[in-house]
Design a binder for this molecule. Structure first.
Ligand code: ADP
Ligand code: MG
Ligand code: MG
Length: 343
């Protein structure tokens, strides 16, 4: 079996609306943020369907990354696991994964609904995410060791986890992380949203020793720094260094920390050279080239991982991440250019 990347996360369908300024005000949401739907947001999904033009696109952070990695790799390279309901939304996700070359191995909860994410686009290209997890929270550890899934994990070189997994029954992903790290696989964690390091810092501490690569954006890195009493939370090289030097369960490879920052340069710090951060400039897209920034970071991770399992140099991995992110920003939601172009 050739599957080299195995991703795990919450499979979500994105319900994307534009010109969402009024919705942001009504539901008291920030223009660039990601939150879990509370009772005060419950009505948003029906309101979107009732009063707005909704574009449905396949979403879910790690699932987006899986599709991104598949874009740059040969067929049968990327698998994705998560939990869905037995509804039409799950069928829509399967169809997109099939099209984009990702093998999905979903756990299915009978009688439940698949998770959804309201994606509110405002002022052209800001994006605010409000997620209702539904069945995506119910992924059981046994699923990983089932006859269809276990061989995919065992053949993979890289296991990718979205940080959202640490919010509910975190022991499921921490235990998977520990196991695959002990088996010598590369474990990659994305911090995924500022509220993860803000509210689930203990869970990050628990999984960090098994992580070989940690990816975040600037807001997540800053939130991590604030949660850990870092003296200089907006200094990305310094924060990346602190994350790189967190305790690690094995000696090799040295941990790599990558912090993206929208149109600003990406920072990379490796634990074996913590005082020599690398910065990689981003070619800012012109206003008219930007459709929306939903999933830019997920696409970056996908491009990075694809190049990484192809054993490209770390510089090429970052550049591939930037190129795939730029492509994603030029499409509606977490999508890439079809027919495929070389990246
Ligand atoms: P997230 O989506 O997690 O917030 P970022 O906003 O840091 O992640 O974006 C990830 C990557 O997407 C950046 O490193 C960059 O490559 C690309 N990107 C984001 N915004 C822009 C932009 N305005 N112009 C060009 N590239 C961008
Ligand atoms: Mg961003
Ligand atoms: Mg991100």
């Amino acid at each position: 079996m050739s599957y080299s990347i195995f991703c795990v996360g919450h499979p979500l369908i994105d319900m994307q609306v534009r010109e969402a300024e009024d919705l942001l005000a009504k539901y008291k949401l920030n223009a660039n943020d990601a939150v879990l739907a509370g009772v005060e947001h419950e009505s948003i999904y029906e309101e979107l369907v009732r009063e707005h033009q909704v574009v449905y696109v396949a979403g879910g952070a790690a699932q987006n990354t899986a599709r991104g990695a598949a874009y740059v790799l040969p067929p049968n390279s990327v698998a994705f696991a998560g939990c869905v309901g037995d509804d039409d939304l799950a069928e829509q996700l399967r169809a997109v994964n099939r099209h984009d070359g990702v093998l999905d191995v979903y756990q299915v909860k009978k009688g439940q609904k698949t998770g959804a994410c309201a994606v509110l686009i405002s002022n052209g290209h800001h994006r605010s995410l409000v997620t209702t997890r539904r069945s995506s929270n119910d992924l059981d550890e046994e699923h990983f060791w089932s006859p269809t899934v276990a061989p995919l994990i065992s053949s993979a070189k890289v296991i990718y986890l979205e940080g959202f997994l640490l919010t509910f029954r975190p022991e499921v992903s921490i235990s998977l992380g520990k196991k695959v790290s002990e088996d010598g696989k590369i474990l990659v964690l994305n911090l995924s949203a500022p509220y993860i390091p803000r509210s689930y810092n203990t869970q990050i501490q628990e999984i960090a020793p098994y992580c070989d690569i940690i990816i975040s954006n600037e807001a997540e890195a800053e939130a991590w720094a604030a949660s850990n009493g870092h003296p200089d939370p907006t200094n990305m090289p310094a924060v990346a260094k602190a994350i790189a030097l967190l305790p690690k369960a094995n000696d090799t490879p040295p941990r790599i920390v990558i912090v993206t920052h929208g149109a600003h340069s990406t920072t990379l710090v490796s634990a074996d050279a913590p005082d020599t951060p690398k910065t990689y400039p981003v070619q800012p897209l012109k206003e008219e080239e930007i459709v929306d920034t939903n999933a830019a970071g997920d696409a970056f991770s996908g491009g990075f991982l694809g190049a990484y399992v192809s054993e490209k140099s770390i510089d090429v991995c970052i550049q591939t991440g930037h190129r795939l992110a730029a492509m994603c920003i030029g499409q509606e939601g977490p999508q890439f250019k079809w027919p495929k172009v070389k990246i």
